[in-house]
Design a protein around this ligand. Structure first.
Ligand code: ADP
Ligand code: MG
Length: 259
């Protein structure tokens, strides 16, 4: 059974005076333990798709099954339960509590689950260890670098052991090198068995994913090997992006040949 099955998903935002068709009939199937990049230009529907997959929003029409369970027509409360049990989110803007330290931020989702203080602490420490932040557990967000903040956010997303990790432009606020490190961490988590959906506008990051799905105007226009789809996306973004993509690919290959 596929983890995610989207069938003819349509999402239309009704602004009263105007209707915006964000998703126009999307069919996507994702198995457990896949690592899929979602690419496409700004406004192509990537975040709308992530919000529906993450049960933050419901489609206007179409069917969505998560682990075989139909979730397209659940109530808000039921959706919140699915979200808490099944989904971990990572956002571009980290969304950490500024007054809480790393440990407290990571413990937060466990409080909602009524887990005892001692167990919370243990699980949060373990999640921070997984993202290599054991030495920063009592630091507040302001005392951490951007990459470290994003690691805390990833630990918070993982601490509940969700079926699915959703990352919407997690490298958008990071410099290129730190962004690559964060995506490297996602690859490690994938190797440990996590299922990951990564929205990225950087073709070189998408190229490293085993699979990528490309959206144009709310439709899937390509779905396949990460490298191939990322190349098509870079071509569509123009000569400059394409040249940067080829340079990054060449650099990565040179790197692989070094001892
Ligand atoms: P992306 O993440 O690929 O940049 P989005 O999913 O955010 O794209 O947006 C897809 C389309 O839906 C865009 O045209 C955007 O303006 C529109 N849209 C997104 N969110 C809303 C909203 N809450 N209300 C109205 N229109 C929206
Ligand atoms: Mg977006």
């Amino acid at each position: 059974m596929a983890l995610i099955e989207l069938e003819k998903i349509v999402k239309t935002y009704d602004l009263g005076h105007q209707k915006v068709a964000a998703l126009r009939g999307m069919d996507v199937r994702i198995e457990r333990n896949e690592f899929v990049a979602i690419v496409g230009q700004s406004g192509s529907g990537k975040s709308t798709l992530m919000n529906i997959v993450g049960c933050l929003d419901v489609p206007t029409s179409g069917r969505y099954r998560l682990s075989g369970r139909e979730v397209s027509d659940l109530s808000d409360d039921e959706l919140a339960d699915v979200r808490n049990l099944e989904i971990g989110f990572v956002f571009q803007s980290f969304q950490l509590l500024p007054r809480a330290n790393a440990l407290e931020n990571v413990e937060l989702p466990l409080i909602y689950r009524g887990i005892s203080r001692k167990e919370r602490r243990q699980q949060a420490e373990h999640a921070l260890y997984t993202v290599q932040l054991s030495d920063r557990m009592t630091h507040r967000p302001a005392e951490l670098s951007g990459g470290q903040r994003q690691r805390v956010a990833i630990a918070r997303a993982l601490v509940t052991q969700p079926s699915l990790l959703l990352a919407d432009e997690p490298t958008g606020n990071l410099d290129s090198k730190t962004g690559e490190e964060i995506v490297g961490l996602l690859h490690e988590l994938h190797e440990r068995g996590n299922t990951i959906l990564l929205v990225t506008h950087e073709p070189k990051l998408a190229a490293r994913c085993p699979r990528a799905v490309r959206l144009v105007d709310g439709l899937v226009v390509a779905d396949g090997e990460g490298r191939d789809v990322a190349l098509a996306n870079a071509e569509a973004l123009g000569a400059e992006t394409l040249a940067a993509f080829h340079a990054a690919q060449a650099a990565a290959q040179t790197g692989q040949r070094l001892p």
